[in-house]
Structures are given as C-alpha cells and as structure tokens.
Design a protein around this ligand. Structure first.
Ligand code: FAD
Length: 387
C-alpha cells in the first residue's frame, strides 16, 4: 500500500507491483468514477458501467486464480485496491463486498464448475456480487436466521427476507445464508448462490435504504417468496454455511480495517492541508499549537493503525489470522477511524459540517464501520472469549 503524503511507512509485504496497481486503481477512481460522484450520490447506487470498466482494467478479482479470469494475486492486491478507493474518496462501487468477500467465498468453496460459471463474470464486472446474512429480525445472532430453503426435487425453494444488503440494488449473484434444517442452529445453515439478474419470479428487491452516509452505494432489502434455486448452486456442503461464514469473517473484518486506515490517512491529509491555508488570529490554524497537537495525535494513531493492519495482513497471507485478532483489528481500526475523522473535522470549523467539504461526508460514512461486519460489541465478545 503506497503512502502518498502522510508518512514514509511501507508495509512489509509491499512489492513494486503494488505501486503499479495502486497507480492504475487511483487513476481509474479519480479520472473515471469521481467526476460522476454528485450524480451517483443522487441516484443512490453506482453505475454498472463502472464495474465493467474496473473489470476491463483487471481491477476486479485481483486475488482470483487466473484460470477463472482473475489476476492470480492475493489479499495484498485486494488491500491496495480498497485502500486506493477509500483514500481518494470513492464510495459508490461496492468492491469491499464484491471483490473482498464474494469472490473469496466462490473461489474457496465453489466446485470447479461453479467457479467457471461465476468467477469470470464477477471478474469482468458483468456480474455484481452481494452476500446476504442479515435479516430484519437480527444480524448479530446469525445462528437464529430464519430464511429457509426446502429441498424440492432438483431445487431448493427459498422463503424469507434479508436486509441491509450492500450491492443489493444491482446484484446479479447473491450468496444467501439460509436454514436448510430448521431444527438445528449453526449446523442447519447453508449458503446458496442465487442468480437474480433481471429479478426472476419469487425474488424481489425492496427499496434502496436511505442512510446517513454511503449515499452512492446501494443497500437494499431482498425478498424471497418460493424462490427456486437449483441444488447445484449450493456452495460447499449442506449445513456447512455457518462454519464457512466464520472462516471468511476474518477477511471481511480485514477489508473493513483497510478502509478504516485509508480513511484516517485521508482525513489527516485533508485537515493538515486545510489548517495550513486557513488563518485565524493573524496566523494559520496550523500555527496554533493545539491544532498541531491534534494533528500529531491523529497522524500517530493512523501510523499505529497501519502497522497493526499490516501485521494482520501478513498473518492472513500465512493463513494464520485468528478470529480474535481479526476482531481486535476491526474494533480498534474502526474506533480509530471515527475518532480521527471527528477530530479532523473539528479542524475545519463550520466548513467541516458542510457537505461542500469531503470531511463531512467522511464523518457520515465512517459511522457504519462500527456496525457492519459484526458490530463492535460483538467484536469485544469474540476477543473476551479467549481472555
Ligand atoms: C450500510 C450497511 C451495509 C451492510 N451490509 C451488509 C451486507 O452486505 N450483508 C449483510 O448480511 N449484512 C449487512 N449489513 C448488516 C450488518 O452486518 C448488521 O446491521 C449488523 O451485523 C448488526 O445487526 P443488526 O442491525 O440486526 O443489530 P442487532 O443484532 O439487532 O443488534 C442491536 C444492538 O445490540 C447489540 N448486541 C447484539 N447482541 C449483543 C451481544 N451478544 N452482546 C452485546 N451487544 C449485543 C449490537 O452490538 C447492537 O448495538 C449492513 C449494514 C449496514 C448499515
């Protein structure tokens, strides 16, 4: 992950190829997507064309094996992409879910036939991916989910609903957590890949949810009413879904952490630049000692966060990122993001509260980081369990 501006820190896993990727990603986000940012915010979802363009540039599926249309890289490449997206302030494309999560589930648990069927479309951007675990009745207690799938001949018949689904408005493929055995808790949960392009019978998208932030990314409710899914779309073994989710959640939490650190870095850079320009009492705001102390604190928190994240990425690359450590990263990095962005916003005075300045949007966008991917209270539970 390159470090424009803020500090000279280079992650231990960094190779020259990461710089080339960062440049490509940065150019794409700044030159091709950000010019449409206001329109995307108003429409409440990204442009499908931007997914296709990202695919064309080879930015989707960086860690997917080449034989399935991917880049043949690993999580460090996904981390660079997500860092660049956050760092330049692009928030419409749901890449954290599409590339950081969905591709990973299919690459890890799909059969060869499933991978050949879905991964090329996901990496080209012709298919947009989502993952649906949370239900209106609750998200933290996944074992209690109620959407059920009953086997009927060669199909499963799915009934239930999901909410808060990132990319839910545009998604073509939804990895759906269902109960295939309602008499069981965790052992009754399975994952079905639902092909929902064109809204087939039995599937319906609800309205796009109106949120306090992340306005240009689609978050939707999904409804399943006797929706038929071929049994061949089961991901992994029946009853294995909960364990698959538990195995993948550390990466999901790392993805959130990458975004948190990139946002902290951007906030500090924006605040430093503003403080050096704005004057009060005859000198720049930066020349007031308190501002320098605040920004020094924020820069230190950002650097320490990057180092913790870097350590987690290295562990993850070795297959050794355990659940409590990933939970610590998600907890501490997102708490840090909210704190740093808030303190940086203060440096902007009244302008920080106006949507004219990106720091205001960053403030609203940051809040959900403490909620999704497992709330921070649940992270503390996971950490406390091993104490
Ligand atoms: C913008 C956005 C995008 C999202 N994207 C997705 C997505 O793509 N896919 C998906 O499946 N979900 C997604 N979510 C859902 C998100 O993961 C859930 O909102 C989250 O897991 C919490 O579930 P809940 O909202 O039902 O809260 P609840 O589970 O009802 O929790 C309510 C409160 O109680 C606390 N609480 C619950 N249990 C405990 C406990 N044991 N100990 C202490 N406190 C507890 C929680 O921490 C929280 O503060 C998204 C949410 C948002 C807002």
């Amino acid at each position: 992950m390159p470090t424009p501006g803020l500090d000279g820190y280079t992650p231990s896993w960094h190779k020259p190829e990461h710089d080339d990727l960062a440049e490509l990603a940065r150019d794409f986000f700044t030159k091709e997507v950000l010019p449409h940012a206001d329109r995307l915010e108003r429409q409440g979802h990204p442009d499908r064309e931007h997914y296709r363009r990202a695919g064309e540039l080879g930015l989707l599926g960086l860690s997917v094996p080449e034989e399935y249309g991917g880049g043949g890289g690993d999580f460090t490449h996904e981390a660079v992409l997500l860092h660049e997206q956050q760092h330049v302030g692009e928030g419409s494309l749901g890449l954290a879910v599409h590339s950081g999560i969905v591709n990973g589930y299919i690459a890890e648990y799909g059969t060869d036939e499933q991978k050949r069927r879905w991964l090329p479309g996901l990496t080209s951007g012709d298919l947009i991916g989502a993952i649906a675990m949370t239900e209106p009745g609750g998200g933290s207690d996944l074992q209690a989910l109620r959407t059920k799938a009953v086997r009927d001949g060669d199909d499963y018949v799915v009934t239930g609903s999901k909410t808060f689904i990132t990319n839910g408005g545009l998604a073509d493929l939804v990895i759906l957590a269902v109960k295939t055995d309602t008499s069981q808790g965790a052992a009754g949960i399975s994952l079905l890949v639902c092909e929902v392009s064109g809204d087939p019978p039995g599937f319906r998208r609800g309205r796009l949810l109106e949120k306090i932030g992340l306005h240009s990314n689609d978050t939707a409710e999904l409804f399943f009413d006797d929706f038929r899914v071929p049994a061949g779309n089961l991901l992994g073994a029946e009853g294995g879904g909960f364990f698959q989710m538990m195995a993948q959640l550390p990466q999901e939490r790392l993805v959130i952490g990458v975004g948190a650190v990139a946002a902290m870095q951007r906030a500090v850079e924006l605040a430093v630049a503003y403080a050096k320009e704005r004057t009060a009492f005859g000198k720049t705001v930066f020349a007031h000692q308190n501002t320098r102390m605040v920004l020094a604190d924020c820069a230190t928190r950002t650097r320490a966060s990057r180092i913790f994240l870097d350590d987690c990425i290295v562990r993850h690359a070795r297959g050794e990122l355990d659940v409590p450590t990933a939970a610590m990263a998600k907890l501490w990095l997102t708490e840090g993001q909210c704190e740093v962005v808030d303190r940086c916003l203060q440096v902007f005075g009244g302008y920080g509260y106006t949507t004219e300045y990106p720091i205001a949007k960053m403030y609203a966008d940051a809040r959900v980081q403490k909620i999704y991917g497992g709330t921070n209270e649940i992270m503390k539970e996971l950490i406390a369990r091993v104490l």
